[in-house]
Design a protein around this ligand. Structure first.
Ligand code: CTP
Length: 420
């Protein structure tokens, strides 16, 4: 099932993996569309945290947003518990992008005037992060001179404003003012991240001319035609690393286990299913200057039955004989075509640094990125990282997968610059 993925290079959705989006839901009938937006953003790999305005809460509940985003929802500037857990300044600082959707005439006016009389308005004033607003309102409100002035002011201030759609409105009128489809909003957000990457000063080209090989995701080991052994890896950390390396100008081959993630911009993706497929695809992609093996490869496989295994009349379970899978990382370390920089990952629940240091020696790689999964981080939005190299151990602050990816890509670029 190995083969070049047709999605490679299409769209910018992969630019969203590991990004933190703070979604401000304003008070308009279009607020219900925020639900679908959250679902699509999360599907594209983003972490979404919501702020619900008082008006927004008239149309949609905090419970709905919390359930869809799987994050607490923030509603009030004066909530002591919220403030103690994450203050409003922190809330805006932690985001990679603030999306205001729907952006009502009232919110737009407050943003333009710098009014901070609510949690949403305050964090929009307190932030230094990019803001993208998706207006939705009655056609006359949208066309009113006051709104025209405010929208022009916000554009001049650097806010990305998405044009509303034209069509029949909930209020019975017809014209511009409808919230665009959530798919179109996601595309605009993804384009924002892709453009942001490309425009980062001093970034483009640091890895130009280098070939980087990345593995990501789980592997599936079939038991029979309908069952398989798998693990909880989401693939997001590996995809984010592939994207970050491509953003630095590297040619990136991403060998991906079965995950439903979009391909980051500029990355060549090869989809595989089993550990042996992954090993073969990695070998076929050599030579490479660097290999970053992030995949959670299944340690064992079974010899799959050719037809579905049926339950037995006597109730006895079938015995699955496990065979060890090839160790791709150790194999690359011993290969005459070994990449100059070989980086392994280690997800550990205890004695993280000791286990990871031993793993580095055992597998013969240059660096180990040790991920502390004691707090059930696998599949989550953040990673707690220790980078183990010949020079020692560096512990990084717990960060979003996108941030970890950018930091690792920066370290890799610095490594190649130092040996150039
Ligand atoms: N890895 C690999 N091939 C395998 C198993 C692991 O390439 N068959 C790579 C992973 O991609 C990762 C590193 O080896 O970069 C460590 O993976 P991990 O599962 O933590 O290591 P294990 O060999 O399974 O060690 P242990 O069971 O002792 O934790």
């Amino acid at each position: 099932m190995a083969g070049l993925d047709s999605r490679a290079g299409g769209g910018h959705d992969g630019a969203m993996i590991g990004k933190r989006i703070l979604l401000v839901v304003g008070g308009g009938i279009a607020a219900y569309k925020a639900c679908e937006l959250i679902r699509l953003l999360r599907k594209a790999g983003a972490d979404v945290r919501c702020v619900l305005t008082e008006g927004g809460a008239q149309f949609i509940t905090a419970m709905t947003l919390a359930a869809l985003s799987e994050n607490p929802v923030h509603t009030s500037l004066w909530d002591l518990k919220d403030e103690a857990e994450m203050g409003h300044i922190q809330l805006s600082r932690q985001a990679d992008l603030i999306v205001v959707c729907p952006a009502t005439a009232d919110l737009i006016a407050k943003m333009a005037a710098g009014i901070s009389d609510s949690l949403a308005a305050t964090l929009l004033l307190a932030t230094d992060k990019p803001v993208l607003a998706v207006p939705a309102m009655n056609v006359r409100m949208w066309q009113h001179e006051a709104t025209r002035r405010n929208v022009a002011r916000l554009r001049a201030d650097g806010v990305t404003m998405i044009e509303p759609d034209e069509g029949p409105m909930a209020c019975g009128e017809y014209g511009p003012g409808r919230l665009p489809d959530p798919e179109a909003i996601v595309a605009a957000i993804a384009a924002h991240f892709a453009a942001h990457f490309a425009a980062m000063p001093g970034v483009a080209g640091r890895l130009a001319g280098r070939h980087m090989l990345v593995t990501a995701g789980p592997t599936h080991e079939p038991i029979d035609p309908v069952r398989y052994i798998a693990n909880r890896s989401s693939g997001r950390q590996g995809f984010a690393i592939a994207g970050a390396l491509a953003a630095l100008g590297a040619r990136v081959t991403l060998v991906a286990g079965p995950v439903a993630l979009a391909t980051p911009p500029g990355v060549d993706r090869i989809d595989v299913e089993t550990a042996r497929d992954m090993a073969a695809a990695v070998n076929a992609a050599l030579p490479a200057d660097g290999a970053i093996l992030v995949a959670a490869v299944a340690d064992w496989r079974v010899e799959p039955a050719p037809t579905k295994i049926k339950k037995r009349a006597d109730g006895s379970p079938p015995a699955l004989a496990l065979a060890e899978n090839p160790d791709i990382l150790a194999g690359l370390a011993a290969d005459p075509r070994r990449p100059a920089l070989l980086v392994g990952f280690a997800a550990e629940t205890n004695d993280v640094i000791a286990h990871a240091t031993a793993k580095r020696a055992r597998k013969g790689c240059d660096w180990i990125v040790a991920n502390d999964v004691s707090g059930d981080v696998m599949g989550g939005a953040d990673n707690s990282i220790h980078l183990i190299t010949a020079a020692g151990t560096e512990s990084w602050d717990r960060a979003a997968k996108g941030t970890v990816a950018a930091r690792l890509a920066d370290r890799i670029a610095a490594h190649f610059e130092s040996i150039a």
